[in-house]
Write a protein that binds this ligand. Structure first.
Ligand code: FES
Length: 159
């Protein structure tokens, strides 16, 4: 590993009593740098925290905000747990599938949007809830989806 790759991690490790306590910020930093947590990123985090790649992968795969597979520029997470589901979460997923022309788990051909269904996002009083990357959207409707996607440069699937 090059010296410059150690630097941000070294700084990060000074904030925690034990190396392994830094696993979530370390994964976040690795993902920000590489766009996702591929095998090399997982191996580097494991090496720096004195963990096995299996341990690091287990943590990374538990949290929906970490991406082990390639994703689009914008990851759209729609909550379909019961409270949001009762308020239309499933219909929003259907709307997005139709609008983007992709299935859940897929990315648009231009690499811009990835659609996912997720469990409770911890904002049930504002359902249905959707996250796009780290930004939360509450009380989402198809009309709001249209406005949000336009803001993000959605071009109607014209590529
Ligand atoms: S059920 Fe959707 S945010 Fe909790």
């Amino acid at each position: 590993m090059a010296a410059e790759e150690h630097e941000p991690m070294s700084e990060l490790l000074t904030r925690y009593p034990r190396k392994r306590c830094a696993i979530l910020p370390a994964l976040r930093a690795a993902q920000e740098k590489r766009g996702r947590l591929d095998d090399e990123a997982i191996a580097k985090v494991a090496e720096r925290l004195d963990l096995t790649t299996t341990e690091v992968t287990a943590v990374a795969s538990f949290y929906h905000m970490f991406h082990l597979e390639p994703v689009g520029q914008y990851v759209i997470d729609v909550c379909t747990s019961m409270p949001c589901g009762l308020l239309g979460g499933e219909q929003l997923v259907d709307y997005l599938r139709g609008k983007l022309g992709i299935h859940v788990g897929e990315t648009t051909p231009d690499g811009k949007f990835t659609l996912r269904e997720v469990e409770c996002l911890g904002a049930c009083d504002g359902g249905p809830v959707m996250h796009i990357n780290d930004r939360e959207h509450r009380n989402v409707t198809p009309e709001r989806i249209d406005a949000i996607l336009t803001e993000l440069g959605y071009d109607g699937g014209e590529g």
